[in-house]
Design a protein around this ligand. Structure first.
Ligand code: KE4
Length: 427
């Protein structure tokens, strides 16, 4: 009997390329039929066949307080009843901007947009306008959305499908992007020595979460800051994923690194389309209507999205929120690692704040090359066995996972027990 998931997928493929509205949803790298979800509540999601899963994707990061948190739903309902959008300023946007600047001290000014892609694309344009330079530097396996200049050796879906650089990006545009190795401070220093005066910006995921999870080496972060300052380049921390995920102050607070510009998304929209970029006042003042760098958005600062974000940002400021969240992520990664060890499986795992990485390899990778040498086939097998057991992991070996505050210790223990059964039968 064909499942509802299969039926929906077959119909979708007729009218939507690949049947999905974002490639990472397609299950292409793990194989099989993508799940179509009908609802979510707390730590759980239900697919079109009514099967329940414990969710470790969380809409790829935003659902940090779990699905359908009553306070978030209420805030959305209240905002919706007042008007869905005006294309004009609202007090709610001011509240969001003030809160973001308060939580992240590197933000002196901020502008709201609708997606992470918009935030990073504009941050790059702004850095170019501010410096009068054209070249940008990014790191292999980091993903910063799908604007042309950033789709060069990118992570996430681009990496999952083995096409880290997209067709359709003119060679002339790609030539302005220099790609270096993540965590390679010496390589960065060399690049600056060779072309430092051409570099408008360096953009980086301060914890890389789009090639599985890679934590930064302290000397790499130090080199980023000091070299950008020395050569007058703009340091852009892409905290679309890590913002409010790694800690309340993001990765910048966790590691004590001060960026010039920051991009945000995911958690700050509480599941609805809201994102932002901001940073140094002298740079942000180059934006229209104050300055000559143009950027705009009909739906920017949408009141319903802002309401979802504000309600979420209120909940994550509660005392003990991050201790609980990171404790859950640690319980998961330690539990899985111990089980794999017991069954002599080459596997390791780590977490930082509410995000985690699982690797079928002997040691934790520290670079793109390390991630590529993990056993992808083993991950795919594990993914499907977990899915059968009602546990929804990201459908790719190249994505970080997420826990929410709605997960309980018992949920995590059940997940570890399911994995233990799988590892016990592993051949
Ligand atoms: P969006 O345009 O998808 O909102 O954000 C782009 C983006 C920018 N920067 C970072 C660090 C990101 O992680 C993302 C988006 N992440 C992917 C998942 N790894 C979103 C899921 C998808 O592409 O469907």
């Amino acid at each position: 009997m064909t499942s509802h998931n299969q039926q929906l997928f077959e119909l979708s493929q007729k009218v939507i390329p690949g049947g999905v509205n974002s490639p990472v949803r397609a299950f292409r790298s793990v194989g099989g039929t993508p799940l179509f979800f009908q609802r979510g509540l707390g730590a759980y999601v239900w697919d079109a066949d009514g099967k329940r899963y414990t969710d470790y994707v969380g809409s790829w990061g935003p659902m940090i307080v779990g699905h359908c948190h009553p306070e978030v739903v209420k805030a959305v309902q209240d905002a919706a009843s007042m008007g869905l959008g005006f294309g004009a300023p609202t007090a709610a946007e001011l509240g969001m901007a003030e809160l973001l600047c308060k939580l992240l001290p590197s933000l002196e000014m901020v502008r709201l947009v609708s997606s992470g892609t918009e935030a990073t694309m504009t941050a790059i344009r702004l850095a170019r306008g501010y410096t009068g330079r054209s070249r940008i530097v990014k790191f292999e396996g980091c993903y910063h959305g799908h604007s042309d200049g950033l789709l060069v050796k990118a992570g996430s879906g681009a990496l999952t499908f083995g096409q880290p650089s997209s067709s359709g990006v003119p060679a002339e545009i790609a030539a302005l992007t220099t790609v270096l190795d993540y965590n390679d401070a010496a390589g960065l220093e060399k690049a600056f020595a060779e072309m430092g005066k051409e570099i408008a910006a360096v953009i980086v995921e301060p914890v890389a979460g789009n090639m599985n999870l890679i934590v930064p080496k302290p000397e790499f972060l130090q080199a980023l800051r000091s070299l950008c300052s020395k050569y007058g380049a703009v340091l852009i921390l892409d905290e679309v994923m890590t913002g409010f995920r790694v800690s309340l102050q993001g990765a910048q607070g966790y590691y004590g690194i001060k960026p010039d510009l920051v991009t945000l998304g995911k958690v700050m929209g509480g599941g609805l389309p809201a994102a932002a970029f901001g940073g140094r006042r002298d740079i942000m003042q180059c934006l229209a209507p104050l300055g000559a760098v143009y950027q705009a958005g009909n739906l920017s600062g949408n009141p319903v999205a802002v309401a979802a974000g504000m309600a979420t940002l209120k909940l994550i400021q509660e005392k003990g929120f991050y201790e609980n969240l990171s404790g859950l992520a640690r319980q998961l990664t330690e539990g899985l690692s111990a089980s794999a060890k017991r069954h002599h499986i080459q596997f390791c795992a780590q977490s930082i704040g509410g995000m985690f990485g699982l690797y079928f390899s002997k040691e934790l990778p520290t670079s793109y090359a390390g991630v590529m040498s993990c056993d992808k086939e083993a991950f795919n097998r594990f993914f499907h066995a977990m899915l059968d057991a009602g546990i929804y992991l990201a459908p790719s070996a190249f994505e970080a996972g997420f826990v929410s505050a709605a997960h309980t210790g018992a949920d995590i223990a059940a997940t570890v027990a399911a994995a233990d059964k799988i590892f016990a039968a592993w051949k």
